[in-house]
Design a protein around this ligand. Sequence first.
Ligand SMILES: [Zn+2]
Length: 492
Amino acid sequence: MHRIGIALTAGLLCIALPNTSRAGFPTERFTSYADIQIKSPAVQCTLWIDAAGIETLQQLDRDGDFEYSSDEMNAARYFITLYLQRNFLVMWDQAIRPHKIGAMDVARRAGSDRTYFRVEFRVTDLPPGQSVSIASRILSELTPEARTYAKIRFENREELYGLGPTRYFSTDRAERPLPPDSTFRPESQHGRIASVGDWSVEMLYALPERAFYLYTLTNDPHTPMGVGDGSIEVSIQPGKEGPYRPVRLAAKPLPGDKPGMTSRFTLVDPQFAAFTTFNADIRIGRGAAMKRVIFEFPAVTIPERSPGGAKTTRRGCANLCPGVDLNSPPSDKCPRCNGRLLPLNGDTAPGLHMVGAHGGMLLGYGGAGERFEGLITTDSEFRLYITNEMLETLPLKKLTGSMLFAADERFQDSAVEIQARKGPDGRYLFATLPPTASLPLHVRWLFDFNDGEGASQVDFLIEEAVQVPTPASQPSTSQPVAASQPASKPAN
Ligand SMILES: [Zn+2]
């Protein structure tokens, strides 16, 4: 197994194609994978978190080769243990339950060259019959597109769930109210958020508790950020008219808050129960660091969300294949790996509409629901398939065209055009890459369906090669890529 090697040698930047690989999709480094079993007396989980994603948050691998020494693994273990306490939440009976972290190592996933931290943990003392909620915002501080794609076994069922910054899983399918001490904040906690420099403040008056809540957050409005004060005085103008009245909210730290730093303050005060809206005048901190903000906030009842569609017709792959998120598929097999399909709820599967059945990149071209799938094989071919929304490969019919290869998106620097030929099985068109080509590679597909509609074009940017299995009836005549790929280009 080879990673993409990058070496700077005598002024040449050499990028070797990996031996076994898949095409990537833009949010891949922000995608985590989970295998979860919920069965009293414990919730057991194996989690894969992209090492490049974690390194963006905290540099752990000092030389950047994704090889971890025992010192680096110890640092990773410390960082990830704390990180999961805040960002991967297992909850029941209105409380967040502590993880017991077990084995942690660096691993690959089948069909991927990426490096992941593989973390095993247990959450114990789960009573029989207890409903469980699970939320993940792993890597969502880097992008709201971050997802944790989970296979979950519970009550003799199996399902897939796309966990994300606004979607979380519950065994009874109802999206239950989150514990008040949850650091997971889907669509915020329904108060009003105001930003003050690097900070945000959320304020609400919760009913029927009749309590003010104030949260101090970073400016991403999702991440709690503690302050050192034991209480915060807020001037309140109930109904937004008349005099302001001072109220003092006491620190009530969230479980993830550091000692002495609090990100939640609250005050039970029934005298405001008749009001639906308020103005707040808030000062946080002291001296030059003091922030002041005045804004309106509401009285809210945090609703219990409906299950949102009791029966799903969406299906994903039991092996968590990216791109497989099919609505009422005709078969019960994964079009990528031939694995089982399972019901899929929550956010979309990672890579949906981006990754095709062969691991290539999908681009629409105007056909109803049809897309081109373009990929570069490890045998240095650019291949093009036609695929539908179920990721089935469609007949090529009279499709013809040529492929233009270039290192730049304007197709100016030493672009090479090659006529496409039909592959041996008749299911794809291909051209062998010019010997000067290296990844990432821009490919312009100039095509004509020969149906009277005329010629058109789409542009691919291919960053990774894909290992496409050679059909048993077609003996491979290609050389191994490592020996045959003269992929190099001058450095700037
Ligand atoms: Zn699959």
